[in-house]
Design a protein. Structure first.
Length: 634
């Protein structure tokens, strides 16, 4: 009863605070008309965000199930046009698609699309099929290159993800599979495991061979599990600079629970640390979201489920188990309430961490949908992060569509500086025998305004072209905001690869740091807010520089224990005096270095152990000049 009272109170409070809806359903006005046509049951579907024609406005591919797929080209005026026919996807017309992920697999500068399938459509009979890789030719067309790239294995595939496992700059591919070799009808399946065709499947990992093909390498990497998989994500959970792999499984209590593989780069190996890290949860895992909700520098994870979904808080250090904190954080909502007050069990699928109101912290959107064909309203949820606690938003937020939701993605489709939402909804598989209203795919435009923002687009050279797996850090007002570039997450989906940051009332950030997957760090100081910044890995001009004299440089920056200062080009005095100030202007350390102790015009400073992570300033007295440099302590 207390939970219901609190929920109702939060909904009433949100209604008072927001007379206008925070999100507006603009689906029809934007020209989107699409249903995911479910085939014999509940499976699918997802969506993937990409800018396939390089016009600076993001497009979206939406899987169609046994119906038509869609490639919605952004018309740059708030509307979309479905160009699936002219873009060359006719080979998908006879298969049941599930989800999609995107990457520039051959590093030609254009984003390609990988699409998962479960079957061929043949008179309503189930026949297994291959997945599909479509290569972008740069002229608005996509070419089916599945076979030549070695991806034509026949599987029952659900979710996929791109990530650079071996840090060679080419995106590798994980494919999650559900059944081994299914036969029969999906609508007869009731979750009881059997031998043979309905047994759990092995997942696959494909290593990219210099952009020309993929090599299936599960055995090489020691990935030998089976499970009823809904996909997985690549993420650096232990902050060691390589991409680990999280695998999410349905019916984990009857087959295989969720799995966490630690990447042992430079070895070609994964180590199963599921139990040690507390990730081996036996649940009906549907999707996963990634975000540093508490700004502690470590990525946290939310896994969708039937009933209550676990929120895994990262405890840091890389070897301390996650804490399951969904109840403590307010994200446990096993019963959902419709606009009419009807209580229904929650069945959650897509999930996205995103800063919808640009106030610096990450909020949480959960796409819900009933099992199909048992049609019951299942409203979506928006949970607002308020001082590290998640508060349920009510109908006034404009997002509580009760349709048959599955995958969901965030992207700024109208380039106005806030993140919008798209949710993939299924059609009804059967007539439930009672009146129920469901809608197709929904596009929700973000109507919030007032706070500042910053968007960062990566352009890799030695790294992945879109920076997949790389991290972007923004330091602002003493906070460290982190985004990991998405290679596939939510449920069978992929969000925008443009990193988005809310800056609240700050008009600029203190610094912006890009940590490229594969190595290399670039830093830009004092970037102005309310703009999109493109960081090209090959362009150093303007990076690692502060407004002072450019011939004095600090490195590495950000710094851990030691900082070096290059002071070449100056006639040094008998001694060089250094002062270190906090962001608030407090003197925290000082050092005097005699000229004879300076080797090769380089001064070494050891940071005191008492210094906390954050923004600092180094004041360097060289002769009569005092030169100020900014640096970041990790």
């Amino acid at each position: 009863m207390r939970r219901v009272v609190l929920m109702v109170f939060s909904m009433l409070l949100s209604s008072v605070l927001y007379a206008q809806e925070l999100f507006t359903d603009v689906t029809e006005a934007a020209g989107i008309a699409h249903y995911f046509q479910v085939f014999q049951g509940t499976f699918g579907g997802g969506a993937a965000v990409l800018d396939f024609n390089h016009d600076g406005h993001e497009d979206v591919f939406i899987a169609g199930g046994s119906g038509k797929n869609a490639l919605y080209k952004n018309n740059r005026n708030g509307t979309f046009t479905n160009v699936i026919e002219e873009a060359g996807f006719s080979d998908l017309d006879t298969v049941v698609t599930q989800g999609a992920v995107c990457a520039d697999v051959n590093k030609d500068g254009y984003t390609d699309i990988f699409i998962t399938t479960i079957a061929s459509v043949n008179n309503d009979q189930f026949t297994a099929a291959t997945n599909f890789l479509f290569i972008n030719d740069g002229n608005g067309k996509f070419v089916n290159k599945t076979k030549s790239y070695g991806l034509n294995e026949i599987t029952f595939s659900t979710g996929a993800a791109f990530g650079d496992v071996n840090k060679d700059g080419f995106p590798d591919l994980f494919v999650g599979n559900y059944f081994n070799k299914f036969k029969g009808r999906l609508d007869d399946y009731n979750g009881v495991l059997t031998e043979g065709e309905q047994a759990p499947a092995a997942d696959l990992i494909y290593i990219n061979n210099n952009g020309g093909s993929f090599v299936e390498s599960s055995e090489v990497y020691g990935m030998d599990h089976t499970g009823l998989g809904f996909g997985g994500i690549f993420t650096d959970y232990d902050n060691d600079g390589d991409l680990d792999l999280m695998v999410i499984n349905d019916f984990g209590n009857r087959a295989t629970p969720n799995l966490l593989y630690r990447n042992e780069y430079p070895e070609k190996a994964f180590t199963d640390v599921s139990t040690a890290m507390g990730f081996d949860i036996a649940m009906n895992a549907m999707g996963v979201g990634i975000g540093d909700y508490n700004l502690d520098g470590w990525m946290d994870y939310f896994i969708t489920n039937i009933s209550s979904s676990p929120f895994l808080e990262n405890q840091g250090q890389g070897d301390i188990p996650f804490l399951e904190k969904t109840k403590q954080l307010g994200t446990s909502h096993p019963i959902l309430y419709t606009a009419q007050g009807q209580g229904v069990p929650a069945i959650s699928w897509g999930v996205n961490f995103f800063d919808y109101d640009n106030d610096m912290d990450l909020d949480l959107h959960i796409a819900n949908g009933c099992l199909n064909p048992s049609i019951l309203p299942n409203p979506n949820l928006l949970l607002e992060n308020i001082n590290g606690q998640f508060v349920l938003g009510g109908p006034s937020y404009g997002l509580s569509d009760p349709s048959i939701g599955r995958g969901s993605v965030t992207f700024d489709y109208d380039n106005d500086g806030d993140l919008d939402l798209l949710v993939v909804n299924q059609s009804q598989y059967r007539d439930p025998g009672y009146v129920v209203e469901t809608q197709g795919v929904r596009l929700f435009r973000n109507e919030t305004a007032g706070n500042n923002w910053l968007k960062v687009k990566l352009q890799g050279q030695t790294a992945d072209k879109n920076g997949i797996g790389s991290r972007v850090e923004v330091y602002v007002n003493g906070n460290k905001l982190i985004r990991e570039i998405d290679g596939g997450s939510s449920h069978e989906s992929q969000n925008s690869t443009i990193a988005h940051f809310g800056l609240a009332n700050a008009t600029k950030a203190d610094s912006l740091v890009v940590r490229w997957m594969g190595g290399g760090v670039q830093t830009l100081y004092e970037p102005e807010g309310n703009q999109l910044i493109t960081v090209d890995q090959a362009v150093i001009t303007g990076l690692d520089a502060s407004p002072s004299l450019p011939s004095v440089t600090l490195y590495p920056n950000p710094v851990n224990h030691y900082l070096k200062m290059s002071v070449g080009g100056f006639r040094l005095a008998e001694e060089v005096h250094l002062e270190v100030y906090s962001f608030q202007g407090q003197l925290v350390d000082q050092l005097k270095v005699k000229r004879e102790d300076i080797e090769d015009s380089t001064i070494l400073w050891k940071a005191p152990h008492s210094l906390r992570p954050g923004i600092y300033f180094m004041k360097i007295y060289i002769g009569p000049e005092a030169i100020l440099r900014r640096f970041i302590m990790e």
